[in-house]
Design a protein around this ligand. Structure first.
Ligand code: GCU
Length: 563
């Protein structure tokens, strides 16, 4: 049995911006020298061994100031030596995330269909294209906005283009596991899951500390097999107080995979969120994956900033908005006992009736779930944020995504951030999408958007239409420029007043079982350009330096939800 071998391709790559997007037609993936002297040959305009290099992983916008607002195509180049491979082994070029459309060529051979989606892992097989000695790799990344994508052309966040997450080569046996997970079922009686592989056969999923050795028959046609064994009595549940993780290995022929998995149940019942059968109030906060100098490419130390501030606020929950964050967030949350809401960027007005748009959204959801469904910390898959309930095709589009999430992972809950509406003297959720979700998110900015008098609006909230479905206030709050004092909007004092009034109002509401105010850190957004914002959305409780806490931070830290 052989453990897989990984060779990192992180580091300095050569690069060539392709502002007019001509490189695919003009074969920028072909290795030719720019100073062509051969007669009858045109000089080329790209340069694989150019003088300019860029770090991988990185947002190109942050790595090269000339590319700050660049949202077109960039060609990345590097060479590497063929990794050691035993006879019959296979090699894969793996990307943890690349924004947005990605193609790759190895030794001038096209590695296959483009990948769409900027936040989740994907790979190309390179076994055939590899050659002994030095190999030439060309990668095209296209960050252009396009109406038929998720997200679509307008977002209230900064577009970080490029190879923003790790890139590596992985050497595997000829037959290998393509995806697997194991988790407690919702009633906590069985360990369930599945193993998918490149070929039919038998996989063994073992949890040595629990004496579990589950044989999983993988069907040769469907290339997947289900796992279900009684949960051992001695199993210690993962929880926010005791985030217990068990070493798990999966063996399939020569392939061996290992992970550390926490076993817990999560349910939505009787209007409550139940963690291991007990009601839990999710006191959390929303987070963008955005760093003032590293953009989307956070380090673990940057992620520790998030957990440090969440700990100081006394939180047990984070909403990772509005797209899949790095897998490292869920791995760290697993160890720290912090629950997570993970989300795909089906944001605002998407092309609901366009098959390409649904293919993009469903692919990103599938890639996210397959990446993180072994993470006990992840309890919610969110399929959308603030989408118009009355637009043709929207509810069907989102209901299909919720069904896909349940098929890929029957052990977790589905949600989305929606709007509320006023019905008589009440604020209610009456969105047809709610039928298809387990937990209902509602965004509410009383006192920030709309008349100040609405600051107490949430006191009228009553989940009359879906009393069995717990509600999370997935956004509330307002902006403040750190250090700006006074009574008007964008002063710290007004933001603090908003939090005091909105939180007091929520404690009078009915059906609220969690909250993730908008948001922890100020973040870049080209939409936000007034004198207090200057390119940043300033609704953070902490400034973009990830250190300077605003007055509202203390208001939220002291807040105790009515449970
Ligand atoms: C919206 C949206 C966020 C946005 C926020 C704001 O609710 O979901 O992405 O940043 O409001 O207005 O700041």
């Amino acid at each position: 049995m052989t453990r897989r071998v990984r060779v990192s391709l992180n580091g300095k790559w050569n690069y060539v911006p392709d502002q007019y997007r001509g490189g695919e037609k003009r074969a920028y993936f072909v290795r030719t020298r720019p100073d062509m002297t051969a007669p009858g040959k045109d000089p080329v305009d790209h340069d694989m061994a150019g003088v300019a290099t860029i770090p991988v992983p990185a947002s190109w916008n942050m790595a090269d100031p000339t590319l700050h607002y660049f949202e077109q195509q960039l060609w990345y180049y590097r060479t590497f030596r063929r990794p050691r491979m035993a006879r019959g082994q296979r090699a894969f070029l793996c990307f943890e995330g690349s924004y947005y459309r990605t193609r790759a060529w190895l030794n001038e051979a096209d590695l296959g269909p483009e990948h769409m989606g900027g936040f989740t892992p994907f790979e190309f097989e390179i076994t055939r294209q590899l050659k002994a000695g030095e190999n030439q790799l060309a990668v095209l990344v296209d960050a252009a906005r396009d109406a038929d994508r998720c997200p679509t052309t307008v977002t209230d966040w900064f577009t970080h283009g490029g190879l923003t997450r790790d890139v590596f080569i992985e050497v595997r046996p000829a037959k290998f596991v393509t995806s697997w997970y194991i988790q407690l079922d919702k009633r906590g009686r069985n360990l369930v899951g599945e193993v998918s592989a490149t070929h039919g056969g038998t996989a063994v999923v073992s949890v040595p500390a629990l004496g579990v050795e589950a044989r999983v028959k993988i069907d040769a046609k469907r290339l997947t097999g289900k796992l279900s064994v009684p949960a051992p009595r001695k199993l210690v549940r993962w929880s926010t107080d005791n985030p217990k993780l068990y070493p798990v290995t999966v063996t399939f022929g020569d392939d061996v995979l290992a992970d550390r998995v926490g076993f817990r149940t999560i349910e939505a019942k009787g209007g409550e969120v139940l963690l291991n059968g007990e009601p839990i109030f999710l006191k959390g906060i929303s987070v963008h994956e955005d760093h003032v100098t590293r953009g989307r490419s956070l380090t673990d130390a940057d992620r520790e900033d998030i957990f440090r501030e969440a700990g100081a606020l006394g939180l047990n929950f984070l909403r990772l908005a509005h797209y899949p964050h790095s897998r490292r967030m869920a791995e760290m949350a697993d160890r720290k006992g912090i629950l997570l809401w993970e989300e795909i960027p089906v944001y605002w007005r998407i092309l609901w009736t366009n098959p390409k748009t649904y293919a993009d959204a469903s692919n990103q959801l599938a890639e996210l779930i397959r990446r993180d469904r072994n993470r006990a910390a992840v309890i919610l898959w969110s399929v959308a944020n603030e989408t118009p309930p009355d637009v043709k095709g929207r509810t069907e589009f989102l209901a299909n995504l919720a069904r896909l999430a349940r098929r890929l992972d029957p052990t977790r809950l589905t949600t989305a951030a929606q709007f509320h509406v006023r019905e008589g003297g009440k604020l209610v959720i009456s969105d047809p999408l709610a039928e298809h979700l387990d937990v209902l998110g509602v965004n509410q900015y009383g006192g920030w958007y709309g008349p100040r008098a609405q600051v107490d609006a949430m006191a009228d909230f009553d989940n009359v239409h879906y009393p069995d479905k717990p509600v999370i206030v997935s956004e509330f709050g307002g902006g403040a420029k750190a250090g700006h004092r006074g009574r008007e909007k964008f002063s710290e004092d007004y933001q603090a007043l908003l939090y005091r009034r909105q939180l007091a109002a929520m404690n009078k509401a009915r059906g609220i079982r969690g909250m993730t105010p908008w948001l922890l850190f100020d973040f870049r957004s080209p939409m936000r350009e007034n004198r207090h914002q200057r390119g940043f959305n300033r609704k953070g409780l902490v400034a973009e330096d990830r250190r300077t806490r605003k007055l509202a931070f203390e208001v939220y830290r002291r807040f105790r939800p009515k449970t």
